[in-house]
Write a protein that binds this ligand. Structure first.
Ligand SMILES: Cc1cc2nc3c(=O)[nH]c(=O)nc-3n(C[C@H](O)[C@H](O)[C@H](O)COP(=O)(O)OP(=O)(O)OC[C@H]3O[C@@H](n4cnc5c(N)ncnc54)[C@H](O)[C@@H]3O)c2cc1C
Length: 394
């Protein structure tokens, strides 16, 4: 393989570039990214960057020394527009092309938008530019903020805004946020954090539309109520960035379909991170984006699937002074047991807690609020257990 092109110059793209060099690829490495920025870390955007506790330099994922070592051609501010049917030519903005022997697709996901969200004062939070714009508006003094969507990004953003002294309401269409991720019982416990953080949580009602002509003035709910707002933050999930692959030979269905080894329908094209649907599921978590590239690159260089990636799902979230960590594969109907710490009034007590999800006498998943050490122990045990069980399924 003489040329490999990594499309997407963010977390998983950078890790793929590192792996290419670490696994001995010494040919031409091209990295295409449509953002103007060098790879930066997104998790702080809704947390310390928004509150001003972290600045832009602290978001950098790489430095000049590593960039020189990678010896790559960085095409930043450049969008990939297509991939030919053989997967040998990446089409770029302005009609330019890159001829390539291998491709790593690492184009991530984009924030889902609401119709009419072009009004001033309406924000999504996915990129550094998004976060800069929101941070600037938040700096103009106390305001009324409505966050649409009570998922992790919505909750973290609400927590950051409340911490800055704004009046915050979160609107969630489901009866309770985060049920698919945590199950109803623990989702209720985490939802209680909003209340404790002084944020109003309105659930079980959809949004009919945004009010305002030039600048947003409110959010209209499905029952006709209007929540006045100076700033609206739309946190209703993300969509995988696959539009540029329309017309390629790849199968696209909520992401780029890959086997368990991140290999697509073309053996010399692999996909990693938020855009990749690996072995039937697509994760939008930092850890998957950093773990998949090792396996994907090994398979790319081998020209076929020789390794598989099925890491134990893991994610974390920081909100209202609580570090929430979850690992494992829970299913509805699992029994949930508080193994350490306790709840107070249905919310995490001071000192946090550790909850185990159990089925047929086995632990399936673990959730912790501010109990990182026992959490890591159980997470490691679960991963070990799974590595003993899973090979049969590969
Ligand atoms: C605000 C925020 C907070 C988060 N917090 C957490 C957290 O606490 N815990 C956790 O586990 N995860 C968190 N995540 C998720 C985590 O950041 C993502 O899983 C991770 O960024 C995925 O990395 P990626 O490289 O696959 O995709 P992305 O980071 O989305 O990067 C993809 C890159 O490809 C570029 N691109 C897209 N299309 C093209 C194209 N056609 N041509 C060229 N370039 C293109 C994009 O602009 C982007 O730069 C958070 C995400 C956000 C946005």
């Amino acid at each position: 393989m003489r040329t490999v092109t990594v499309v997407g110059a963010s977390l998983s793209g950078l890790y793929a570039a590192r792996e290419l060099r670490a696994q001995g690829f010494d040919g031409r490495l091209v990295i295409v990214g449509d953002e103007r920025h060098r790879p930066y870390d997104r998790p702080p955007l809704s947390k310390d960057f928004l509150t001003g506790r972290a600045d832009e330099e602290q978001l950098a994922l790489t430095d000049a020394e590593e960039t020189a070592e990678l010896d790559a051609e960085w095409l930043l501010g450049t969008r990939a527009r297509g991939l030919d049917a053989r997967g040998r030519t990446v089409l770029l903005d302005g009609g330019r092309t890159v001829s390539t022997d291998g491709v790593v697709i690492a184009t991530g996901a984009s924030a889902r938008r609401l119709p009419g969200d072009g009004l001033a004062g309406v924000h999504t939070l996915r990129t550094l530019d998004d976060a800069r714009a929101l941070r600037e508006e938040l700096g103009r003094g106390p305001q009324r903020i409505v966050v649409i969507g009570g998922g992790f990004i919505g909750a973290e953003t609400a927590s950051s805004c409340a911490g800055l002294g704004h009046t915050v309401t979160v609107v969630e269409a489901a009866p309770l946020p985060l049920v698919p991720q945590l199950g109803a019982e623990m989702a209720a416990v985490c939802a209680a954090l909003h209340r404790r953080g002084g944020v109003d949580l309105v659930t079980g009602i959809g949004v009919a539309g945004l009010r305002g002509t030039v600048t947003v003035t409110g959010v209209e709910l499905a029952d006709g109520r209007v929540l006045p707002a100076d700033i609206v933050i739309v946190g209703i999930g993300a969509l995988p960035n696959t539009a540029w692959l329309a017309g390629s030979a790849l199968t696209l269905h909520d992401g780029v379909l890959c086997d368990d080894g991140c290999v697509t329908a073309l053996p010399q094209v692999v996909a990693v991170g938020d855009v990749a649907r690996v072995g039937g599921s697509r994760a939008e978590h930092w850890t998957s984006a950093t773990e998949q590239p090792r396996v994907a690159v090994a398979n790319l260089l081998a020209g076929r699937t020789t390794q598989t990636a099925r890491p134990l799902p893991y994610f974390w979230s920081d909100q209202y002074g609580a570090r929430i960590q979850f690992a494992g594969r829970r299913r509805d109907g699992d029994n949930v047991r508080i193994a350490e710490g306790e709840l107070a009034d249905g919310a995490p007590a001071e000192g946090g807690f550790l909850a185990l999800y159990e089925r047929d006498g086995r632990t399936t998943a673990v959730l912790s609020v501010n109990r990182p050490r026992p959490f890591m122990r159980v997470r490691r045990e679960l991963a070990r257990e799974e590595s003993r069980v899973v090979p049969a399924a590969l």
